[in-house]
Design a protein around this ligand. Structure first.
Ligand SMILES: NC(=O)c1ccc[n+]([C@@H]2O[C@H](COP(=O)([O-])OP(=O)(O)OC[C@H]3O[C@@H](n4cnc5c(N)ncnc54)[C@H](O)[C@@H]3O)[C@@H](O)[C@H]2O)c1
Ligand SMILES: [Zn+2]
Length: 301
């Protein structure tokens, strides 16, 4: 991209680079734009659900380096973000579900009505490639909810961020090539582990834990227990602790729509959560052939 820019020079102020693509493209272009000639404007046009509700609407860019997630990057506010959900018509199913993971994140810790909407209509919206009216409402709520968190804390002066829910253990999982997990897939697994820890600490009721697990099944989000080694997850937690300036600041759900931050998760919490998760998977999860998604965890309104 840098060579392209050199070969095709742009005016520094009034010819923004336009990034059209998924999170990889908007992250890469945003990073390049923030460093080329010490910073030129750029515009994001996300074409994936992940980009639409998350990657393209924030101001952060991230590039993996030395097997570390987002070790390079910049705060690089796009001049504009153009949102067009019709791009999702051609998005492969796996990438659609990948973005649903980030919507579910906001629903669990911040948006109880969005959570209820996903319980009722989430599967239909996925089947409709997020093109129908309910999907539009879900997308709008998700984007507004995300922006409400990002805008007052654009440059992360506050390091305790609820949008980091699901982004503690996922970092290491996502970087394991052999697991082949997309960002949103790793986030979903992290959210379930975090929810178990919250339940183990009596922060989350059994009923709310069941609603979360049940919704993941209803939406048929891909799950796997492969590679869930407690020591790997602890290393991910430690790395996040450095990122959050020496304090864990892990967001945990305290019910659907509320959260708290904890700073004392240890190996025992993680080990127990992994055991619970693996047992639950064995009992409830049928991979691509889920027979009765709510067999055990029936949602009781
Ligand atoms: N900067 C941030 O705040 C932030 C937030 C979340 C995720 N991310 C990053 O975003 C990346 C993931 O982004 P992603 O999930 O969009 O993946 P991606 O950019 O890899 O896109 C997924 C795939 O879909 C294809 N594609 C894109 N739009 C399409 C369309 N409309 N129809 C058909 N195919 C299409 C792409 O070519 C690619 O193969 C990760 O690297 C993650 O770390 C960044
Ligand atoms: Zn994310």
């Amino acid at each position: 991209v840098l060579e392209g820019l050199d070969a095709f020079p742009i005016n520094r102020r009034n010819e923004p680079i336009i990034a059209i693509g998924g999170g990889v493209v908007t992250d890469l272009v945003g990073f390049v734009a923030s460093s080329w000639r010490r910073g030129v404007p750029h515009i994001n046009v996300p074409t994936t659900l992940m980009g639409y509700v998350d990657a393209a609407i924030g101001v952060k860019t991230g590039i993996n380096f030395q097997q570390h997630k987002n070790r390079l990057g910049s705060f690089s506010p796009p001049e504009r973000v153009l949102l067009d959900h019709t791009f999702f018509q051609t998005l492969p199913h796996r990438h659609l579900l990948n973005g649903v993971g980030e919507i579910l994140k906001l629903a669990i810790v911040k948006e109880p009505e969005l959570f209820a909407t996903l319980e009722l209509y989430g599967s239909d919206c996925i089947n409709a490639q997020f093109q129908d009216k309910t999907s539009w409402e879900i997308l709008s709520t998700a984007v507004e909810s995300m922006l409400a968190e990002l805008v007052p804390n654009l440059f992360e002066t506050e390091l305790a961020r609820v949008v980091d829910f699901g982004h503690t253990f996922s970092t290491a999982l996502e970087m394991q090539d052999k697991l082949d997990l997309l960002h949103g897939e790793a986030v979903v697994i992290d959210m379930l582990l975090s929810s178990i820890i919250a339940w183990q600490r009596s922060l989350l009721s059994r009923n709310d834990l069941e609603r979360i697990f049940s919704l993941v099944l209803t939406l048929r989000l891909p799950l796997s227990s492969e590679g869930l080694a407690p020591d790997l997850l602890m290393r991910s937690l430690m790395e996040r602790q450095h990122h959050r300036n020496g304090v864990q600041r892990v967001p945990l759900p305290m019910g659907i729509g509320s959260y708290c931050f904890v700073a004392n998760i240890g190996l025992e919490d993680v080990t127990q959560a992994v055991i619970f998760f693996k047992e639950w998977l064995q009992d409830n999860y049928y991979g691509n052939e889920i027979q009765n998604p709510t067999r055990i965890f029936q949602y009781r309104p």
